[in-house]
Design a protein around this ligand. Structure first.
Ligand SMILES: [Zn+2]
Length: 199
């Protein structure tokens, strides 16, 4: 092996390692995060400047700074102290993880079945407003309001979330089946035409 080839291989290996480090930081820091704003002590949704983090990760620990925040563009004197929460061990800031924790062990308010673990690849469970009967899948709730919504809404499984959402959007295409007792179903009993539900 010539010296020139050795140097080229060495440079190539170093480049691959650096790109790998940057790519790892880029992927690890993706997505919206929910943190508690140190100034207001209220939850906010933020995203990180992943380009900056990836570049700085090559030389040292990734330098974290915000790209967006739901408080912005308020004229606040923000020192971005919240970013420490994102890398704090045991402090979950990803919306899907927060939703998974909130739905854990819950039963559906309609069918009473245990709600499956939250999986971003599957249909999302949702939340039912007991007053208005509005239904919203968890992933359509503003991430920073997830915990608050959970305090005032009732948990629904993914199937009931889909069925009730359909009912709200297309009420003329939903039929109510009477209960076995002969009482006509309430708003919670309806389902899309042709759909089946285990009650
Ligand atoms: Zn259900």
């Amino acid at each position: 092996m010539t010296t020139q080839l050795f140097v080229m291989l060495l440079i190539g290996t170093v480049l691959v390692v650096y790109v790998g480090i940057a790519l790892t930081a880029w992927i690890r820091l993706r997505g919206t995060r929910v943190v508690i704003c140190p100034q207001t002590l209220e939850p906010v949704s933020v995203t990180l400047d992943r380009g900056h983090a990836a570049v700085t990760a090559v030389w040292d620990a990734a330098d974290l700074k915000l790209a967006t925040c739901t408080r912005w563009p308020l004229p606040v004197d923000c020192d971005q102290a919240c970013v420490s929460q994102i890398v704090q061990p045991g402090y979950e800031t990803r919306p899907a993880a927060i939703a998974a924790h909130l739905f854990e062990g819950q039963r559906c308010a309609i069918c009473r079945l245990a709600i499956d673990p939250v999986d971003t690849a599957s249909l999302p469970p949702g939340l039912l407003d007991p007053v208005t009967h509005d239904v919203v899948p968890w992933n359509e709730v503003s991430p920073e309001r997830l915990r608050e919504k959970f305090r005032t809404r009732r948990a629904l499984c993914a199937n009931c979330t889909l069925a009730e959402s359909f009912r709200r959007r297309f009420p003329d295409r939903v039929v109510d089946r009477p209960r076995q007792s002969g009482i006509t179903g309430s708003a919670e009993d309806g389902e899309p035409v042709g759909a089946t539900r285990n009650m």
